[in-house]
Write a protein that binds this ligand. Structure first.
Ligand code: HEC
Ligand code: HEC
Length: 318
């Protein structure tokens, strides 16, 4: 026993002496921090085929399928006819359709619409409550974890804070035009009804554009310029790029002139003012732009994502 005690004591002393010796050496210059070089042009998101065949891979794949088959998978939370991929086309990878690539490296972030710093799970729930006109899913649920696993997977190797072109939401339209709903209707009936139907109700995987199974008034897509951008870049599905910007604004104005689900709490958006001009409902200091009628009064419970307490400094970008 004493021997062992002594041995361990000696070892301890040796370590202490060695450490002391190391510390008393003149300080060597610290190794230069290697600046991580991220080449946006070379970066490619991994694809479905790259999903690993392990537990994490299973979660990633499940997240991807939840995004592709949202109402079918989560009927308790989503009663609309929209999937995440109805707007985030090509599994969230398409640059002109609000891509989700790198999103895991962009959150938490300050969102002017909320006037607060928002975590990625809450951002996902904004799309559940507003874009899908549904209910927020529990942030600790298997489903939320799976969706976050997929979004993190398609953010692989993107450094935190890096900026990837096209990931500021839908691409801004260069000219802000005013849509004409009558011209929009004519164009819609000539070009879009074959898929989205005359009453805008869609058909199977073709999503509804208005009515009680479409996106809510609080969705970005309900804004004239935002929807014009989506339409101009991505529609008609089989021939994108064939519309003029004016036609895209006309179509957007026509689609967004129809009634759609309400979005409880929307009047609290942009709490410090500065709402973009095309927001179709009243917020602080902002008059609604062409407000549509709203359908299905929705309970606040579950359809409004509460903001975390704000830490406003007054110096945030609007
Ligand atoms: C009706 C269209 C629509 C649907 C459906 C939709 N989203 Fe979105 N989502 C958007 C738009 C548009 C933006 C970007 C906002 C902008 O351009 O101002 C966005 C932004 C996001 C962001 C933030 C991206 C970033 O980097 O800032 C996430 C995450 C997201 N959506 C996830 C989802 C998920 C998950 C679903 C399905 C549960 C979904 N979305 C369904 C339209 C939609
Ligand atoms: C060939 C069929 C087809 C045609 C034609 C078509 N779309 Fe779509 N549209 C789709 C599909 C499918 C989606 C869902 C996205 C996906 O699955 O890639 C979609 C999505 C949309 C969305 C976003 C989701 C939503 O429900 O809000 C809008 C807005 C839209 N289309 C508008 C239009 C407009 C305007 C036209 C006419 C210029 C048009 N589409 C023509 C098939 C079509």
């Amino acid at each position: 026993m004493p021997v062992r005690y002594g041995a361990s004591w000696r070892a301890q002393t040796l370590v202490t002496l060695l450490l002391a010796a190391a510390c008393s050496k003149p300080a060597a210059a610290p190794p230069k921090a290697q600046a991580l070089h991220f080449d946006e042009a070379l970066w490619k998101p991994p694809l479905e085929a790259d999903i690993p065949n392990d537990s994490l891979g299973k979660s990633i794949k499940r997240g991807l399928y939840l995004m592709r088959f949202t109402p079918e998978s989560l009927p308790k939370y989503v009663t609309s006819g929209l999937r995440c991929t109805s707007c985030h086309q090509v599994d969230g990878l398409k640059a002109s359709a609000a891509p989700l690539t790198g999103a895991a490296a962009r959150f938490p972030k300050y969102m002017p619409r909320s006037g607060a710093v928002i975590a990625l799970a809450d951002r996902v729930n904004y799309c559940f409550t507003r874009s899908l006109a549904g209910h927020a899913i529990p942030t600790g649920s298997r489903e939320m974890v799976d969706i976050l696993a997929y979004i993190t997977f398609i953010s692989k190797d993107v450094p935190v804070g890096a900026h990837i072109a096209g990931t500021d939401g839908l691409i801004s339209m260069k000219d802000t035009l005013v849509g004409d709903t009558l011209r929009g209707r004519t164009k819609f009936e000539a070009t879009c009804v074959v898929c989205h139907q005359k009453d805008g109700s869609g058909n199977g995987p073709i999503p509804p554009l208005w009515g009680n199974r479409s996106y809510s008034i609080g969705a970005s897509m309900a804004r004239e310029e935002r929807a014009a951008s989506f339409i101009w870049h991505n529609m008609p599905q089989t021939a994108p790029g064939t519309l003029t910007p004016q036609e895209a604004f006309d179509l957007s104005a026509y689609i967004n002139s129809h009634a759609r689900p309400d979005s409880p709490g929307k009047e609290g958006d942009w709490p410090t003012g500065g709402a973009p001009p095309d927001v179709p409902y009243a917020t602080k200091g902002h008059q609604p732009h062409r407000p549509p009628a709203t359908l299905i009064p929705r309970p606040v419970e579950g359809s409004l994502v509460p903001n975390p307490p704000s830490v406003l400094t007054g110096s945030d970008k609007k």
